[in-house]
Design a binder for this molecule. Structure first.
Ligand SMILES: [Zn+2]
Length: 327
């Protein structure tokens, strides 16, 4: 049986920095239709198409983050530091599309020029690390690129959609003195590994300028184009094409609603939902119900580094949603 468009199952996870705004943003989460992690094992060819030989697990994690407080200042190692990446895991480049922000919200991405490892280490002791980070006052629609090796954090009531390499390797540099309400303790830091992971010559992190690809029938802007993922923002009211022949794509509805037409069937998409178009679905038509804004995410066809680190064990393909439940 050929696969069809699949809705990601939302998984809510408690985080001490989390807020409570996702329930306004997202439609009521329903149980997923398919055990999608198992699909990756059984139907990898149909899901991944041309990319099937390269990936045993789905290579991206997709999340909505509701950051009421500042997350820890953290860094993920790049492929330049294999000694810092446990076997079976990968480097982690990530990118954020700002969904909602307040006047006092913050995104920190990268170091101010002239910041050395020594200066940074000293700033941890005297609590002045923010003075050495590039600070962005985010607004809805901003796109921020965080290549592996970039010091970063965000918070103070900002909501973002996050796309990142499917990796768990995070080193905390600083945590603002946050006490975890669950444990009553400070969370552990990994200062030495974090400092070793930082790319001090980092140049391309931070706010990106969208590149307009088409203006009709849909405004298609490319926000991110790196070796791990591509991401476009689509805004339109009339039907337009999504998906690609023999390639998987992900669609995220961040405004409005509509439906995907595939093989004569209609699949309704609501604001806040994330859908996978398996490679076998190919190109198809999206029909907006009203003015709609989608994000479309692709995996690049060629891939230079990192794939040799792909784990043999299948990790569940999942959408992680972060929302605080009290506290
Ligand atoms: Zn991160």
């Amino acid at each position: 049986m050929p696969l069809y468009p699949l809705r990601f199952e939302p998984i809510y996870q408690y985080r001490l920095w989390g807020g409570r705004r996702l329930s306004n943003l997202l439609s009521t989460p329903l149980p997923g239709d398919e055990p999608i992690g198992e699909l990756m094992e059984e139907f990898r060819g149909q899901l991944m198409g041309k990319l099937a030989p390269r990936f045993r697990r789905f290579p991206l994690l997709l999340k909505f983050l509701d950051a009421h407080e500042l997350l820890s200042v953290q860094v993920h190692p790049s492929d330049a530091h294999p000694e810092l990446i446990p076997a079976g895991d990968t480097a982690k480049t990530e990118a954020w599309v700002v969904i909602d922000a307040e006047k006092g919200s913050h995104i920190y991405a990268g170091l101010r020029s002239g910041t050395t490892s020594g200066i940074l280490r000293q700033s941890l002791d005297d609590g002045t690390i923010a003075d050495h980070l590039v600070c962005i006052a985010p607004k809805a629609g901003d796109a921020v690129f965080i290549p592996a090796g970039t010091v970063h954090t965000l918070g103070d009531d900002v909501v973002v959609f996050e796309v990142q390499q499917n990796s768990d390797v995070t080193f905390r540099l600083y945590d603002w003195g946050h006490v975890d309400a669950k444990t009553g303790r400070l969370r552990p830091l990994q200062v030495d590994q974090a400092l070793a992971s930082i790319d001090f010559a980092d140049s391309n992190s931070g706010l990106v300028t969208p590149f307009v690809v088409t203006t009709a029938p849909v405004e298609r802007e490319r926000l991110f184009d790196c070796e791990h993922f591509l991401l476009w923002r689509l805004r339109g009211k009339s039907p337009f094409n999504v998906g690609a022949v023999e390639m998987p794509r992900v669609l995220v509805c961040i405004e409005g609603s509509g439906w995907i037409e595939s093989e004569g069937s209609a699949y309704g998409i609501e604001k806040g939902e994330v859908w996978l178009l398996p490679a076998v679905v190919g190109a198809c038509e999206f029909h907006p119900n009203n003015a709609v804004t989608l994000l479309e995410i692709a995996l690049p066809e060629s891939y230079k580094t990192g794939q040799q680190r792909e784990s043999q064990s299948g990790r569940k393909l999942q959408l992680r949603l972060h929302e605080a439940r009290g506290g």
